[in-house]
Design a protein around this ligand. Structure first.
Ligand code: NAP
Ligand code: GLV
Length: 309
């Protein structure tokens, strides 16, 4: 029984050191130089899960995806008997809390307007609106959406959340299902997307959804670029219906050099860095889950292939 880890050299070193120190009994192998006989590999830790690579691992039991989102995985290439587990670890959660809080506060306190003004040597104070007079809405009340909403409560924002199944979160007005989407959107001054990318959510941030937001609302997309209809966003920004967008993800990544979003003065783009798996916090979580499986207990954070997340 072996574990194969596949990532860049720097991360590989951290993971290999961790397993050597805390799980010396586990045969931990690394790609590409220390894979040994691939027939031994029962556990794979990897972002990359291409068909050819998976076909080289005939005895694979569990694929531990190294990210929270698993939409890049071609499930047709993952044998039905292989369980896919996604990454849920404190480093990803904290990164997302930081990025989303930063974005919401930047929008709330007009930071991007002031950056614009500074570039024109302009001094023009904008009246401050109290946080209690603004609603931040989060789409997707999973591990990340819940964590983000909880932290935003510290600032006194009104908070709303929209989800497939019904959730109850302290201090958050929760909406469930497609039918409730218009009522949810109608109150969002800042809309944060933290949905997984599935057939049901692809393109969800489109013209109709934007038209249901209050005039002047802002969008933060930290989920996946394919959730967003980029042309609809450009139209909504240009008509003034939306005031700003902060995009950590785009489709494709990166956008072509001549894409209008790159140079739009109401858009801030970051290169998919909102939150990343942190080896120091992820390795202990994964080891605990691996040990659960090895001792016959059910795994945590298993992906439901039918739902697609
Ligand atoms: P998660 O725990 O699986 O939560 C997903 C949530 O979305 C669940 O609460 C789910 O509802 C809800 N949902 C799914 N389909 C829906 C639909 N059709 N309508 C309404 N709600 C729906 O995922 P997570 O860990 O919070 O991560 C969310 C996403 O963030 C990831 O999939 C990834 O794409 C993105 N992400 C981005 C970055 C970045 O750096 N930009 C980093 C990490 C993750 P139920 O509760 O009913 O299942
Ligand atoms: C990053 O986008 C992730 O899904 O972990």
């Amino acid at each position: 029984m072996s574990v194969l880890y596949r990532s860049d050299a720097a991360r590989t070193q951290v993971w290999a050191r961790f397993f050597a120190a805390y799980a010396p009994e586990i045969d931990f192998r690394t790609w590409p130089d220390n894979t040994g006989d691939l027939n031994d590999v029962e556990y794979l830790v990897s972002w990359h899960a291409g068909a050819e690579f998976l076909a080289s691992l005939p005895n694979l039991k569990v694929l531990f995806a190294s990210g929270a989102g698993i939409d890049h995985i071609d499930f047709d290439a993952v044998p039905a008997n292989v369980t896919v587990v996604r990454m849920v670890e404190p480093g990803i959660v904290n990164g997302m809390i930081e990025y989303t809080t930063m974005s919401v506060l930047a929008l709330h306190r007009n930071l991007l307007d002031y950056a614009d003004m500074q570039s024109r040597a302009q001094w023009r104070p904008i009246p401050v609106i109290p946080a209690s007079a603004r609603t931040v809405g989060v789409m997707g009340l999973g591990v990340l959406g819940q964590a983000v909403l909880e932290r935003l409560g510290v600032f006194g924002f009104r908070r709303a959340g929209w989800n497939r199944s019904r959730k109850t979160l302290p201090g958050v007005e929760c909406f469930a299902g497609d039918e409730s989407l218009p009522r949810f959107l109608a109150q969002c001054d800042v809309l944060v997307c933290l949905l997984p990318l599935t057939d049901a959510t692809r393109g969800i941030l489109g013209a109709r959804l934007m038209s249901l937001l209050p005039r002047g609302a802002a969008l933060v997309n930290v989920a996946r670029g394919a959730h967003l209809d980029h042309d609809a966003l450009l139209s909504a920004l240009d008509s003034g219906h939306l005031s700003r967008a902060i995009l950590d993800v785009t489709d494709p990544e990166p956008l072509p050099d001549d894409h209008a979003l790159w140079r739009h003065r109401r858009v801030l783009i970051t290169p998919h860095i909102a939150s990343m798996t942190q080896p120091d916090t992820a390795a202990p979580v994964l080891l605990a889950n691996l040990r659960r499986h090895m001792s016959g207990q059910p795994l945590h954070d298993v992906v439901d292939r039918r739902r697609g997340y």
